[in-house]
Design a protein around this ligand. Structure first.
Ligand SMILES: [Zn+2]
Length: 195
């Protein structure tokens, strides 16, 4: 994986780079081996507009209850960017996973977005969400399945100044026989005789 791909600024204008070579100022992505300590399985996704992929507000959980009048219209996520009403399948979920990893030196919390998370989950966020609808403990089980997993992980500093966590640029499972979470869960629920 080439981390430069994710850094549009330096690609479009290489002259912005300082002429004097600086010592490691922590702006370069770093690659290290780590172990998964835990993931925050209570909040694995966010919702985006399927057209422009801008983040949408979470749909109100009581949308389906208040269908008596037009009062539900306020709870339908609406993309302000392209003026698209996302109620008609115009939205999709992407992974956004907070994960604690242990490196040689310390435990850090990192944030993993869709591209990297798919490597570990083995499916799209929408597919996982659908699976979790019929398997209520799927998210917690996913956390259990990933705990202790050894990963070669590339981290970058957040580009957004408000972001607090190092961002996972790429992830590579080190264990021989690693299988994505969705495969593990399907086997697990099959073995339990669940639906
Ligand atoms: Zn949009």
């Amino acid at each position: 994986m080439n981390p430069e791909r994710y850094n549009n600024n330096s690609q479009t204008n290489p002259r912005k780079r300082p002429l004097v070579e600086e010592p490691n100022n922590d702006k370069q992505p770093i690659t290290l081996n780590s172990m998964v300590v835990a993931i925050d399985h209570s909040n694995l996704f966010y919702t985006v507009c399927s057209i422009c992929e801008k983040t949408l507000p979470e749909p109100s959980p009581n949308t389906h209850i208040s269908n008596s009048s037009s009062s539900s219209s306020s709870s339908i996520p609406f993309c302000k960017n392209c003026n698209f009403n996302s109620a008609s399948s115009g939205s999709k979920r992407l992974f956004r996973v907070l994960m604690s990893i242990a490196t040689e030196k310390r435990v850090v919390v990192v944030i993993m977005f869709d591209r990297a998370a798919r490597v570990l989950f083995g499916c799209s966020a929408d597919e996982f969400f659908d699976f979790a609808k019929t398997h209520p403990f799927a998210a917690a089980s996913a956390g259990n399945a990933l705990e202790g997993e050894m990963l070669k992980i590339t981290l970058s500093q957040p580009k957004n100044g408000n972001a607090r966590h190092l961002r996972v640029v790429s992830v590579f499972p080190l264990r021989t026989g690693f299988q994505p979470v969705i495969e593990t869960l399907r086997e697990l629920y099959r073995a339990r005789g669940g639906s």
